[in-house]
Design a protein around this ligand. Sequence first.
Ligand code: AMP
Length: 281
Amino acid sequence: MQIIESINEMQAHSVSLRHQGKLISFVPTMGFLHEGHLSLFEVAKEESDVTVASIFVNPAQFGPNEDFDQYPRSVEKDLELCRQRGVDIVFLPKKEELYPTGYSTYVCEESLSQPLCGVSRPSFFKGVCTVVAKLFNIVRPDVAVFGQKDAQQAAVIRKMVQDLHFPVEIRVAPIVREADGLAMSSRNSYLNEFQRRDAVRIYQALCKGKELYDNGNRNVDRILAEIIHHISECRRLRVIYVSAVDKDTMKPITRTMVEGQTLIACAVWCDEVRLIDNLIL
Ligand code: AMP
């Protein structure tokens, strides 16, 4: 497994791989890898000759009062996991090289980025789109793999790729969950044992909503109310949003729910830890 830190080296290497006719797949991450990330590597490997993963905690996607400094980091362990899971190249850019002093160019998707997480994290998707666009220009992948865990992010990236004509195919891999249902996330490491026990209620609440749907209820408000009620029963949890949107456009579902097209997404504070989860009806 190769580890590349320099932007020029990564770019030159990708160009040379492409000249050799190799298909490159790419999985961008912020590290502190768990099975969710590793599942993306599996999808990536099936799709290509060479799999590149990046590990970079992107300052541009954190708000001023968010957890950039505390965000968990474990590069050595991550590299070992990448090695074990057959990643060919890990790109580890330096903050100073990606965002040198005087850096001033950003990519903004202005529609799908607005609702859901866009309300409470107004510059989050600008940061995500910017770093992903930069990474695409450096890694030059044919295929890039994202997780359904961050459903809005995946939709925004698809839109950016379409709007800006990036020659990249986007794949979205299913959410990997802990045995009790909690969606895996690097931020779960912030949870103490009591918070961890309560956090599972978020997924259970989404399942309560799905149960109503599966029993024939097609009233979106009723389904959302059920989910909010179930989360709110736990005193440690605070709902930031629970919404039903079209899974591709992120537009709110008001009337007809088309099977397989409705994304029920939520963000919840578990004390001071912000968690997100979703499912598709
Ligand atoms: P992050 O390191 O949190 O920026 O995540 C990197 C990629 O892994 C993103 O595309 C996430 O959607 C994806 N990911 C994170 N957690 C999970 C999970 N539990 N299941 C599937 N994909 C995930």
